[in-house]
Design a protein. Structure first.
Length: 262
């Protein structure tokens, strides 16, 4: 079983975020996307049961190697980081094109059985990458799995949404995105951290993917992006409401409602 996990290096959700020239500033307080930890765990659990290899892949700035190393500490056997100045500003379509090319290149070495992603990245929050990746690779796609069972030739998932519980099954190879309900990601210990340093972590540029990018027009970089951020601002904290006590409370409430409805 050969499983590819898509991860992302994102700004820490607790850090101050800045937008410059329509792009989110990266490389300051970045970390592994928290929701991708569930994808890593799902892949590692499957390989522990069935045997095989887990490969983490990401596209991002140079320090995305930090997230790749964390994926190795959490059980991945190998990691690929694609970093290139020409990719800066890519939106979800451009990112999917690059990750699809990584999957093709790795597939030329040995077939990929399954691609697992998190349900969303905590920066863009589009949740579109897994579907775009599946479309570009012409693979079946199961989204938002809260339970996942991987077999030798198929994958089965439970999805709960809008009051319904769906049980979905797809033959391998396939793409699956998992929610944060699917498992409890493991926390690496010292032994895991030490072992991760001996695992392969390859850094590729756009040139390394030239032979597998395909014939479709590239949508990479800011110039190829179909969307851009025009502005972003922090919402002001809500002020504390006024508490009126005593017999005049109803009268004050009526006055406030009349004022708001003017």
């Amino acid at each position: 079983m050969r499983i590819l996990v898509s991860i992302k290096h994102v700004p820490d959700v607790m850090s101050e975020r800045r937008i410059e020239n329509g792009r989110l500033v990266r490389g300051e307080d970045d970390t592994l996307n928290e929701l991708d930890e569930n994808a890593i765990e799902a892949a590692v659990e499957a390989v522990e049961e069935l045997g095989g290899e887990v490969i983490a892949m990401t596209m991002g700035p140079e320090d995305a190697e930090d997230s790749a190393m964390l994926a190795l500490q959490k059980g991945a056997d190998r990691a690929i980081v694609v970093t290139d100045d020409r990719l800066a500003g890519s939106d979800v379509i451009g990112t999917a094109q690059i990750l699809a090319a990584v999957a093709r290149k790795l597939g030329d070495e040995e077939p990929i059985d399954l691609i697992v992603t998190g349900m969303a990245s905590l920066d863009g929050m589009t949740s579109m990458l897994p579907a775009a990746l599946a479309a570009m690779l012409d693979l079946p796609y199961i989204p938002l799995a809260s339970e996942l069972t991987v077999e030798e030739d198929a994958v089965e998932a439970v999805r709960r949404a809008d009051g319904f519980t769906d049980r979905l099954r797809a033959n391998l190879p396939a793409v699956v995105s998992v929610t944060d309900q699917v498992n409890e990601p493991r926390f690496p210990n010292f032994k895991d951290m030490r072992a991760a340093r001996k695992k392969p972590l390859d850094v590729w540029s756009l040139d390394d993917l030239e032979d597998v990018l395909g014939d479709e027009p590239m949508a990479i970089g800011k110039q190829g992006a179909g969307t851009m951020v025009l502005s972003a601002k922090e919402e002001a904290e809500r002020e504390a409401g006024e508490i009126v006590q005593g017999p005049n409370g109803g009268e004050k409430l009526a006055e406030y409602i009349a004022k708001v409805l003017k």
